[in-house]
Design a protein around this ligand. Structure first.
Ligand code: ADP
Length: 204
């Protein structure tokens, strides 16, 4: 069955984190972040983000799972969008998914290594997905670990771009979003998020 948002615990920062944070504490962001291990297609949430490719016509990994779970109408709507550039985001309905919307974003391909271009593109994916969500009054958004599968972005580097972009967006627009879920699929990614979250969302 599907997983209601209310069943996903919120993450709270605990004092005594490993490294000093470069960010100021912002208590308006408390109770907004979660790390959830599991299948993003099961989430009852306003919007899930899809790690799509430029064609938006479906692929492997999380993209394939989302299209399978949403049903063929999703591909019809995607086909009307004329693709998506790297770092940008486009929104569709969720169709057969428990999520109301799917926000399709295209991560950078990092098989040639990660440079400033790839870092910027990955941050843009998170930022533009949240921008698209708020433009459509979606107040709860779940992200997969964009680019870290088939696209080869090292997960231990990607987590910093994900957390920095979400922190920056929430600092500017916390009133427009209630919940951000980092939907991790691999136990190693869960550890990376739990280790690094206090650097971006420091405790009191
Ligand atoms: P990309 O092409 O952007 O690298 P992938 O789909 O290959 O995208 O991988 C992105 C991440 O999504 C990986 O961490 C992968 O383990 C994860 N993933 C795969 N299926 C699911 C799913 N059903 N729900 C959430 N995450 C998933």
């Amino acid at each position: 069955g599907s997983v209601p948002l209310d069943d996903i615990p919120v993450w709270t920062p605990t004092a005594g984190a490993s490294k000093p944070s470069r960010h100021l504490r912002n208590e308006t962001l408390d109770q907004k972040i979660s790390v959830y291990s599991g299948d993003i297609t099961k989430l009852e949430i306003d919007a899930i983000v899809n790690a799509a490719n430029k064609s938006l016509l479906g692929g492997g990994g999380v993209d394939g799972a989302i299209h399978r779970a949403a049903g063929p109408l999703l591909k019809n709507e995607c086909a009307s969008l004329h693709g998506c550039e790297t770092g940008e985001a486009k929104i569709t309905c969720g169709y057969g998914l428990p999520a109301k919307y799917v926000i399709h974003t295209v991560g950078p391909i990092a098989q040639g290594g990660v440079g400033e271009r790839e870092r910027r593109a990955l941050r843009s994916c998170y930022w533009n997905s949240l921008q698209t969500a708020t433009e459509n009054a979606a107040r709860s958004v779940a992200f997969p670990c964009i680019s870290t599968g088939i696209y080869g972005y090292p997960p231990e580097q990607a987590v910093h771009e994900a957390l920095a972009a979400v922190r920056e967006f929430l600092d500017a627009h916390h009133d427009k979003l209630d919940r951000i879920i980092f939907c991790v699929f691999l136990p190693t990614d869960k550890e990376l998020y739990l280790q690094n979250l206090p650097l971006y969302f420091p405790p009191a």
